[in-house]
Design a protein around this ligand. Sequence first.
Ligand code: PAF
Length: 279
Amino acid sequence: MLVFAKIKSVQQKIKSLKKGTSIGFVPTMGALHKGHLSLIEQAKKENDIVVVSIFINPTQFNKQEDLVNYPKTIDSDLSLLKSVYCDIVFTPSAEEIYNNNIISQLFNFDGLEHQMEGKFRDGHFDGVGTIVKRLFEIVTPTKSYFGEKDFQQLQIIRKMVEKNQIHTKIIGCEIYREDDGLAMSSRNSRLTKEHRAIAPFIYKTLKKAKKEFGIKNAQEVISWVENEFKKQPLLELEYFEIADEETLHPIKNKDPKQKYRAFIAVFAGKIRLIDNISL
Ligand code: PAF
């Protein structure tokens, strides 16, 4: 496994690959868990080589505190990547990526950025767009892999690729869950024991909401979920929305031709968790 911190070196390596070599790319912010490894395993199966980036991107954090507290586990990340036979790891510094000018490019994602997470995390998607576009330019991947846990991010990246005519195929990968249903996330390691114990309630409620959606209208399901969380003092519901998978607009009337998804954001103490389910 080769590890590069400099843009020039990783680009040189990529340029030296035999013509036609397919590159699977998994961008990450480190603190790797089984969810990331499943993306890498899929990328391995579908490409000649796999590149993983580890970069905690400052411009996508709307709270400085979250950036400072983001888990940094580079040594264990590198051994995990070795264990799944990752070929190339790119670990740039902020200076290398942003050249002492740590600001986001401003994007228009046709309104996807104003829904759900966009209402609560100002500038977050400009930060994500900025880094992902930059990484695509550096790595020139054939296929790029993103987890569906961040479904809004996945749709926004699809939009960015389409609007900027970037030649990489975006692959959305199913949410990887703990045995008790909690969606895997680097943030889970920061939950207190009490919050970790109650956190599976989020997915349990999503599954029940999916059933309810079969027999109730969207507003009734939303009210039902909001009530369930009111009974749960350790979890604070930030939003629960049912939205069209393509546009991410909140549902108005159920249309059997449309695909819907339920999206949720919850505070477990200080830790903000998100999840979603296809309906
Ligand atoms: O999903 C993430 O971990 C990050 O948002 C990403 C895509 C690596 C960009 O920093």
